[in-house]
Design a protein around this ligand. Structure first.
Ligand SMILES: *Cc1c(COP(=O)(O)O)cnc(C)c1O
Length: 375
């Protein structure tokens, strides 16, 4: 079960060896760390170190290093603060029962990071540097990887325009970093369905825009609609396409799926304004493996509302790395409001969720070779 890595250990060693490890001289004490790792709160606690690579237009990527986690000194005229030339990724490191540490399909994150970089006119980072930086950081901060079930070390690679210049053009200096945060189960105390408001007055992305790139700017644009949905009493907001305002796209940071009464599993097709989630791709595969028809297509909201009313839409869920699969217990918009499954998680929703997390934590065979060993 733990032999599926297609990156040979020797190769990974070579990638890690490119990083100069400059350890902090004031690491968190074993006691304090154990306390932080035992009760992690998403995105608030970070490990002792971070990975870093610096890019200059005339030099390329250089100075691969692991250094002490800490504040970045920034000139007020640093380009990213003004024009938001920034991209990021999100993935997790999972500790298996034998103590080995693995990550899930990082090649897909690396490829997406390169596509996001292209769209934001940032330099592409190689797959080798992407995976090497994750492994170098995880090995340095190995003691920070939680061992309890459904806990993990969340890895956040990101890249930003660091040149001090207010002119509008791609930055000639870029920083790439990876920070890491121990995280507990997303749903402490059991998976709880969320309520979703479908926005018809805001869009997160449009044709030719940055919707398919994982960039901070997309998230900035989703915050006000999210806030307004929360004021109406909903947990999350779902966006429609920006041309016709008719078709389901996705949430601010999660893709969306429907399970139909006939057993088929549907998700919006990638239109260029939808982010291609690693979780989305994996669910399409797992559902197909189970014999379900999987359909990527344009999905009219009106059809979903009618399907919820007549029972042809049985389950809805959202998905992404952080929460894996989040059941939707209520979907509402300007003209409809439906509770699904009595507000309980759907059956197939939970089966696929369990299977995916079992693969990630090494509890079942990794038949697709999705896991990569980091340490
Ligand atoms: C990151 C993200 C997702 C989920 O992608 P995963 O690779 O599954 O984590 C979905 N939608 C948006 C907008 C995202 O930024």
């Amino acid at each position: 079960m733990t032999t599926s890595s297609t990156i040979l250990p020797a190769e990974l060693e070579d990638l890690v060896a490119l990083f100069d490890v400059r350890r902090t001289d004031a690491p968190t004490s074993d006691e304090a760390r154990a306390e932080l790792v035992a009760a992690p709160k998403f995105g608030t606690v970070f490990t002792d170190h971070m990975a870093r690579i610096t890019w200059r237009a005339d030099v390329g990527w250089a100075d691969r290093r692991i250094e002490k986690y800490g504040p970045l000194q920034m000139d007020p005229a640093t380009a990213v603060l003004h024009y938001a030339q920034e991209i990021f990724e999100g993935l997790k490191a999972y500790k298996h029962a034998d103590g080995s540490v693995w990550t899930f399909r990082p090649d897909l994150n690396a490829a997406r990071f390169a596509r996001s970089a292209h769209r934001l006119a940032l330099p592409a980072l190689s797959v080798d540097d992407f995976i090497g930086s994750l492994a170098a950081l995880v090995r340095t901060d190995l003691a920070w990887v939680p061992g309890s079930s459904d806990s993990s070390l969340y890895l956040r690679p990101f890249m930003y325009a660091s040149e001090v210049f207010l002119g509008v053009r791609p930055s000639a200096e870029v920083e790439y970093l990876v920070i890491a945060s121990p995280v507990g189960p997303y749903f402490a105390g059991g998976v709880k369905p969320v309520s979703i408001w479908v926005a018809d007055d805001y869009h997160r992305a449009g044709p030719g825009g940055t919707g398919a790139a994982k960039c901070g700017g997309n998230y900035a644009a989703s915050l006000l609609p999210q806030l307004e949905a929360q004021k109406l009493g909903f947990d999350q907001v779902c966006f429609l396409d920006a041309i016709e305002n008719l078709y389901l796209e996705e949430l601010g940071g999660m893709n969306v799926f429907l399970v139909m009464a006939d057993g088929s599993v549907h998700t919006p097709e990638l239109t260029g304004s939808i982010l291609e989630g690693v979780t989305r791709s994996s669910i399409l595969q797992l559902a197909a493996d189970r014999g379900h028809d999987v359909v990527e297509r344009r999905i009219p909201l009106a059809e979903v509302a009618a399907g919820l009313a007549d029972g042809s839409v049985k389950e809805i869920f959202a998905c992404g790395t952080a929460a894996v699969i989040t059941p939707v217990g209520r979907l509402a918009g300007g003209t409809f409001d439906h509770t699904l499954n009595g507000g309980e998680p759907g059956e197939l929703t939970m089966e696929i969720r369990d299977e995916l997390t079992d693969i990630q934590y090494g509890r079942v065979a990794d038949r697709h070779g999705w896991l990569r060993r980091l340490a």
